[in-house]
Write a protein that binds this ligand. Structure first.
Ligand code: ING
Length: 319
């Protein structure tokens, strides 16, 4: 008996600095309705889906940035998403900026069931960019200024979704997809579906050297396809895309199967729904053969992975 989950990636076009959450939420409800019409049971939204990608803007006083954060989930502004999920019998993943009651700040994602229960929460671990204003950069990337490092690890939950009694689901956010460690921690919990949203500039903004523009998408797809294949899991990578106040983010949202194949891809850099039937039993081949972790992994050889932060120089051959 195959276990099929119909998943939608709900890619968002740009959200301008001046646009309120109500505009984004209304667009997102429309995408949920389109996804439901296409038979989707789960809808995956991008990272920081409610606002413009505000880490590109410098706020001298961090408290000025609180305007970009949600102090409750659901809040009045996001309640329509929860109502739509119930009305359409959809689960959904949402990326947003979280401000906790204690005043801590995280780049967060939640997985919500049709009843509005938050089944899983994840806080972004790999924060790219910098904490202070960098005059060398054409555009700032201040995630290290506005967010703390996530403190929830990389959790996986087995939960009912769609017509299935239990699916092993996990999340990561944007830059996390570039780090194989994140994928492997999820893989070691038998994850079957990894949901990740991203806001990725279409052009390299670090003043560190030339990177051909086509490589931006190549690296994103390479990371997601490799992570899915090497951990025998489905993956859904969902962009916020388009030009936000002149700053271009690329789209190319994808759904990837446990063989690392792209089975659906967005064609625009705007609001767009892509849908795929994910037969979760496809995970079994990889995890019982090539990536049967219990039979083949050798943690005693991997000490450097958790023992070191940065790289060290190797010994020099002296003949
Ligand atoms: N954005 C980018 C990402 O990792 C980035 C930042 C782009 C880092 C390209 C390195 C290279 O996709 C976020 N929000 O993490």
């Amino acid at each position: 008996m195959s276990r099929i989950l119909t998943v939608a990636a709900a890619q968002l076009g740009p959200i301008q600095l001046a646009e309120g959450r109500d505009v984004a939420v209304a667009r997102m409800v429309a995408l949920m309705e389109r996804a439901a019409k296409r038979g989707a049971e789960l809808v995956v939204f991008p990272e920081l889906a409610l606002t413009t990608f505000f880490p590109r803007h410098y706020h001298e006083h961090r408290a000025e940035a609180d305007r970009w954060f949600e102090s409750a989930m659901p809040s009045n502004e996001t309640a329509p998403l929860f109502a739509a999920a119930c009305r359409l019998n959809l689960g959904f993943h949402l990326g947003y900026a979280e401000r906790t009651p204690e005043g801590r700040h995280f780049n967060t994602a939640v997985l919500v069931n049709p009843s509005g229960q938050i089944m899983l929460k994840y806080r972004k671990v790999h924060l790219p960019g910098h904490a202070e204003f960098d005059p060398r950069r054409a555009v700032q990337h201040l995630e290290k200024r506005y967010f703390e490092v996530g403190d929830l690890g990389f959790p996986v939950i087995r939960a009912p979704i769609g017509g299935l009694d239990g699916v092993n689901m996990g999340m990561m956010i944007c830059n996390d997809r570039r780090w194989p460690e994140a994928w492997r921690v999820l893989g070691l919990q038998r994850v079957e579906l990894v949901m990740l949203g991203y806001n990725t500039p279409a052009l390299n903004q670090a003043a560190a050297g030339f990177e051909a523009p086509h490589l931006r998408v190549f690296h994103s797809h390479l990371s997601i396809q490799a992570g899915a294949y090497q951990n025998a899991t489905f993956a859904v990578g969902v962009a916020k895309a388009g030009s936000e106040d002149g700053n271009e983010l690329f789209g190319h949202s994808i759904i990837v199967n446990p063989q690392g194949e792209i089975i659906a891809q967005a064609a625009s850099w705007d609001d767009e729904v892509i849908v795929a039937d994910c037969d979760l039993d496809m995970c079994r081949l990889g995890r019982t053969t090539i990536f049967a972790f219990g039979q083949h992994r050798r943690p005693e050889a991997y000490g450097r992975i958790t023992g070191q932060v940065g790289a060290v120089d190797p010994p020099v051959f002296t003949g």
